[in-house]
Design a protein around this ligand. Structure first.
Ligand code: HPA
Ligand code: ZN
Length: 342
């Protein structure tokens, strides 16, 4: 087996993937037609073209607006997990979704959640993949809107929802605006993470860790600009959920050989690999491993570090982590033997 094929076949967990960013272009077009929503182009292959994070977020909101009925949410959740399994041997995902992108259009949060959960359960039955959910604060919302979103999520008490995160454009809205929403989530037993240092300064990581109480950091590249914050994250073993492709498109890090992920690994930070918004960035979790590890000539030992750090960074309990570690170890040994045989 060639190394690239091995990288696609390695069993994986994924911790940074947005539900609304996993809609297949063909499904986007189909749902838009069904619900009478106008699209900027009739050419399905051009639906996901954009150059900046702001253009990206506009299309992200447009995709979200085509999700209306419980069945739409179920279909997209199922297809999203199916793509992860088929293209990258995905076994477990903690997946973001943006409640307020739906509730502000009058969709009930129960419709959003129960639809996604239908799709997740069907995918587990059919494909053996597991998925849990993380509700994301949308940074451009008002703090009171974010707080209310957390209240609604907490009130519904769906066991699949295990955490709170935060996304949207980082530069204009600093993380401390949402301290109340995060505190409320923590009081109600949700785990915490946040996008930070995607295009914002290292202080955003400090704020997310110390003020919001986050356990993980999503992206994190600009942390490297501060030796102090970098050292702290290394010493505390903070996990970073990094996304090679999405950041190359919107931030111009097109050459994976010089992507900041390389420097984060070299600095001793704990990095996991993820696809962010796979269909919107024309990628998948298999390609993220294949493209980055091939570009940086990473060896099997480094691939194992990405995979097992991914398991450690999940919010599964210890016994579930142990089972996943065992299953992945067995499968990796088998795959490594096939790699040696060629
Ligand atoms: N960053 C900010 N907002 C987002 C992202 C991201 O990676 N994906 C979806 N919304
Ligand atoms: Zn993201």
């Amino acid at each position: 087996m060639r190394f690239e094929e091995f990288l696609r076949k390695v069993p994986k967990v994924e911790l940074h993937c947005h539900f609304e960013g996993t809609v297949r272009a063909s499904t986007f077009a189909d749902l838009a037609k069904r619900h009478g929503i106008a699209l900027p182009t009739g050419d399905v292959s051009k639906l996901y073209d954009y150059a900046t994070i702001y253009e990206f977020l506009d299309i992200f909101a447009l995709v979200s607006s085509t999700l209306v009925d419980r069945e739409d949410f179920a279909r997209v959740a199922y297809e999203s997990l199916e793509d992860g399994v088929t293209l990258g041997n995905l076994r477990y995902r903690e997946m973001f979704f943006n409640p307020t992108l739906h509730t502000r259009r009058g969709i009930r949060i129960a419709t959003v959640l129960d639809g996604m959960i239908d799709g997740i359960r069907q995918a587990e039955t059919d494909l053996g993949v597991q998925c849990r959910l993380i509700a994301d604060v949308y940074r451009q919302d008002e703090p009171a809107t974010a707080r209310q979103m957390v209240e609604e999520v907490v009130e519904l008490r769906r066991p699949e929802v295990i955490g709170l995160g935060m996304d949207g454009a980082e530069s204009p809205d600093s993380p401390e605006r949402f301290v109340e929403a995060f505190a409320l989530a923590a009081r109600n037993g949700l785990r915490l993470t946040s996008h930070a240092c995607e295009d914002g300064p290292p202080e955003n990581v400090t704020t997310c860790l110390d003020l919001l109480g986050c356990e993980r950091i999503d992206h994190g590249y600009h942390v490297l600009e501060s030796p102090e914050v970098t050292a702290r994250c290394r010493d505390e073993g903070i996990y970073f959920t990094c996304c090679p492709t999405s950041t190359s498109v919107v931030y111009g890090w097109t050459d994976l050989r010089t992507h900041p992920i390389r420097d984060m690994v070299d600095a001793g930070l704990r990095v996991t690999l993820n696809s962010d918004d796979p269909t919107m960035f024309r990628t998948d979790i298999g390609s993220e491993y294949a493209d980055l590890c091939m570009a940086l000539h990473y060896d099997v030992a480094q691939v194992r570090r990405f995979v097992f750090d991914g398991i450690e960074a999940t919010w599964l309990d210890d016994s579930d982590k142990t089972s996943l570690r065992r299953a992945f170890s067995d499968e990796l040994e088998h795959l490594e033997r096939q790699l040696e045989a060629t």
